[in-house]
Design a protein around this ligand. Structure first.
Ligand SMILES: [Zn+2]
Length: 104
């Protein structure tokens, strides 16, 4: 039985940068989120926010009340905006993406 550590976080560029495990974005580890028991896992901030939103959505399943209802409506609105591609619009896309950071 070998006790040697398995190296999974490799610096392919030699400049201290690493890849996001979700979307493959390259950034320095200090600008990425690390998992507690698996520090070799790096998530870029964008993917970390996405994971947070997914966790919030799972927690809201089965909840009732005005706050859960409002969050669900905002999620549906966000999905519709993305489906229509408005978040990529040259005129309002930037504002919608900025607003999306502050909505559930
Ligand atoms: Zn990512």
């Amino acid at each position: 039985m070998s006790a040697e550590p398995v190296i999974t976080a490799i610096d392919p560029h030699g400049d201290g940068s690493t890849h996001c495990w979700c979307c493959d974005t390259i950034d320095v580890p200090s600008h990425m989120v690390h998992l507690g028991n698996h520090p070799e896992v790096h998530l870029c901030l964008r993917c970390a926010h996405f994971v947070h939103q997914q966790a919030w959505e799972i927690e809201d399943e089965g909840k009732r009340g005005p706050a859960a209802f409002a969050r669900d409506r905002f999620r549906n609105l966000r999905a519709e905006v993305v489906r229509r591609g408005w978040n990529q619009s040259r005129f309002i896309g930037g504002k919608l993406r900025w607003l999306g950071k502050y909505l559930p």
